[in-house]
Every structure is written in structure tokens, then in C-alpha cells.
Write a protein that binds this ligand. Structure first.
Ligand SMILES: Cc1ncc(COP(=O)(O)O)c(C=O)c1O
Length: 383
């Protein structure tokens, strides 16, 4: 930027995400206390929900998490390559041609089909602990409850495979009073009872995601699989009240890259979708939808654009967000090139949360933080 020295933290560009690892540690510690005696396994799939899987995993384990969960084999490998040594569970069955890598990286597979049990057994040299996923109503992955005992027996009979855990996943945990939770947990308990009668109890049983860990005590078993709460974000409006006491870990920050006065009656950005009804000052920020700031954040019908914090004030995004840049109405107090602008997180007395974007966009906080693209540098603080 002409005439402006970039601070060392963001040498590449004037937009970055700060990830507060002390907030991650705080959230893990807080949740451990809330769910005890259940343990906490932290879900770091999708690059730690966009926060950086390796640093988040390290902070979570240091704060007392006893295991990690990922979605993909390569996510587990990344953690192992970084020297992370705790249990790492892969949350769904993976293509069988990745199983050698699963075994080599000592990942814990989730299984729910006889074919996968056999495929692991045929490759295992040491004993591989697996978790049997029972589909009690999510209807995404998992063994039908009626098949659970047969698959558990198959695991018990398969050389090189050991049943380490039995799990299920709740579909409506973010509405704790919803009947689906009782129905799924009843099915889970009936299935567990049959399984225990047939071959004894597995070492671990788990059913709770963040929402269930927060709000459905019955779902907390040997451990909870905590994703979104790790990052200080609510799983959904139905459990917002339980998130008080957790701290958002991500701040999305940019520096003002250009400032200009605009006239009343003039327009801004593609499509001229925003018209200024008074003269004002517009600041440009160098990040856009290619960075994960949704194009429509500034132009939803009948409402001003989402706020950005500039100079400790709430300033609306004006016009459509473009691929690499967006514009903000900073009003007559103005702004200067190089000023800090906060899209997510706290500045002065104000805070903008992923949940605020989610509410505006008709989505969930998960999608907001997972959407912050790889192009945005992550700066990890604390930890
Ligand atoms: C099987 C399973 N368990 C746990 C989680 C973590 O969920 P949350 O982020 O709501 O805590 C996920 C995430 O989608 C999941 O798929």
C-alpha cells in the first residue's frame, strides 16, 4: 500500500483472520467442567472449522481434550504429520483404498458396514480399534439399529479389529426439546442394551455434538464430540442461552485500503444496487466473496448491509460484496487508509458474531467460519 508500512503480522495482504487459541482453550476447559464426568473430544475437521486444525488441536489437547475427530483421512494425516499423538477418529467410512493410510497414521476408523470391517481386517497388521456408528435417525451414515449386533459380532470375530466404541449422531440437538432427541436416544439405548447382552460393553459410548453436550445431559456418555462450541459459536438459536461463557475464537480483520467522499444520489458497486441518499465517506476493504464474505451480505432486501466495525463504530456494508473488495459507509467521521476494520469479532464496545451473519443470511455460524477461504491468512494468538 503506497506510503503505509504493513505490520509484521499481515505481510501478505491487508485482510486476515486472528484465531485466539486462549479462547479455544477456555472453551474446552469450560465444556470439560460442564460435561464431566464425560470427556471432551474436539472436532477439528474442515481445518478446525476454518480456524486452523493443527493449532486448535494442540490447544484443545493442552486444555484437557482427550481425543480429536476429523472427516477425512488427509485431515488426520495432517495432524499426525504435525506431531499430534492423541486418538484421532475419522467420523465416517472412507474409500477402502485409503485404509492403509488410516492404519499407518493410527487413525480410528468409524465403521457401519461389514465390507469395511472386512477391508480393515484384511489390511491390519496391529490391532485397529474401531467405533461402530449406529444410525438412530439422522439417516446420513451408520448401521441400522437392527444390524448393530451382527456388525459388532463381525468386528469381534475379525482378526486385527477391535470394537473400541459405539456412537450415534443426533439430528435435532440444537432444539433440545424436540422429540427427535428422545426417539434417537431411546433407540440408541435399546441397541446398546442388545449389544451389551450379546458381547459385553464397548469401552466408549458417544452421542453428543456441541448442542447435545450443552443442552441434553442424557446424550453425554463416555465423551462428547465437540465441534462448534470449541470455537465459541452457538450451534443454533435454540441453544444460544447455553453458549454464554464461551468465547468466539475468530476475528476477521482488514485494513481500509481506499477512502473517498461520495455525493448524494450516487451509487456504489456492481449493479448500482445501493444509492446514497446523503453525501458520505466510503471506505474500501480489500476482501470479498473469494475470501468467504458472501456477496449478498450488503444487499439483502429491506435491510441495511451487515455492519463492519471501523473506528469503534458500526458501519454498514454498501452495495454488493465483490470478489476481492467491499465497500463500507463510514459516515462523516470517515476513516483513513490503514485503519483496522473488523468484520467478525470485537472492536471497542462492539462485537459482530458469526451468528449475526448467519441470522442475516439464513444459515448457521458453522457455514460462516468454514467459508472463510484459504486465501485469508490465519494468525494464531496465545496458546
Ligand atoms: C458425527 C459428528 N459428530 C460431531 C460433530 C460436531 O458437531 P458440532 O460442531 O455441532 O459440535 C459433527 C459435525 O458435523 C459430526 O458430523
Amino acid at each position: 500500500m503506497p506510503g503505509m508500512a504493513s505490520p509484521e503480522r499481515e505481510p501478505d495482504r491487508w485482510a486476515w483472520a486472528e484465531v485466539d487459541l486462549d479462547a479455544v482453550a477456555h472453551n474446552v476447559d469450560e465444556m470439560r467442567r460442564r460435561v464431566a464426568p464425560s470427556e471432551v473430544w474436539v472436532v477439528v475437521k474442515a481445518n478446525g472449522y476454518g480456524h486452523g486444525a493443527v493449532p486448535v488441536a494442540r490447544s484443545a489437547l493442552a486444555a484437557g481434550a482427550t481425543g480429536l475427530c476429523v472427516a477425512l483421512v488427509r485431515e488426520g494425516e495432517t495432524l499426525r504429520q504435525a506431531g499430534i499423538d492423541g486418538p484421532i477418529m475419522v467420523l465416517s467410512e472412507q474409500p477402502h483404498d485409503t485404509l492403509d493410510r488410516v492404519l499407518e497414521s493410527r487413525l480410528t476408523p468409524t465403521v457401519y458396514t461389514p465390507a469395511t470391517v472386512d477391508a480393515i481386517s484384511s489390511r491390519a497388521t496391529d490391532e485397529c480399534g474401531v467405533h461402530l456408528h449406529i444410525d438412530t435417525g439422522m439417516q446420513r451414515v451408520g448401521a441400522h439399529p437392527d444390524d448393530a449386533v451382527a456388525i459388532a459380532r463381525r468386528i469381534d470375530a475379525a482378526p486385527g479389529v477391535r470394537l473400541d466404541g459405539v456412537m450415534t449422531h443426533l439430528a435435532v440437538a440444537d432444539e433440545p426439546e424436540h422429540d427427535a432427541n428422545r426417539i434417537q436416544l431411546d433407540r440408541f439405548d435399546e441397541t446398546l442394551e442388545a449389544l451389551v447382552a450379546a458381547r459385553g460393553a464397548p469401552p466408549h459410548v458417544h452421542a453428543a455434538n456441541s448442542a447435545a453436550a450443552l443442552a441434553i445431559p442424557r446424550a453425554r456418555r463416555s465423551f462428547v464430540r465437540m465441534g462448534i462450541a470449541t470455537y465459541g459459536i452457538s450451534p443454533g438459536p435454540g441453544v444460544d442461552q447455553f453458549v454464554a461463557g464461551l468465547r468466539p475464537a475468530m476475528r476477521l480483520v482488514a485494513r481500509v485500503s481506499h477512502v473517498k467522499r461520495v455525493e448524494a444520489g450516487s451509487h456504489v458497486s456492481y449493479g448500482w444496487r445501493h444509492r446514497f441518499d446523503r453525501p458520505t465517506t466510503v471506505a474500501t476493504l480489500p476482501l470479498g466473496y473469494a475470501d468467504g464474505v458472501p456477496r449478498r451480505l450488503g444487499t439483502l432486501p429491506d435491510r441495511p448491509g451487515a455492519d463492519v466495525l471501523v473506528g469503534g463504530r458500526r458501519c454498514p456494508i454498501v452495495g454488493v460484496v465483490t470478489m476481492d473488495q467491499l465497500m463500507v459507509d463510514v459516515g462523516d467521521l470517515g476513516a483513513e487508509v490503514g485503519d483496522e476494520a473488523v468484520l467478525l469479532g470485537r472492536q471497542g464496545d462492539h462485537e459482530i458474531r458469526a451468528e449475526d451473519w448467519a441470522e442475516r443470511l439464513g444459515t448457521i455460524g458453522y457455514e460462516v467460519v468454514c467459508g472463510i477461504s484459504a486465501r485469508v491468512p490465519r494468525h494464531h494468538l496465545g496458546g
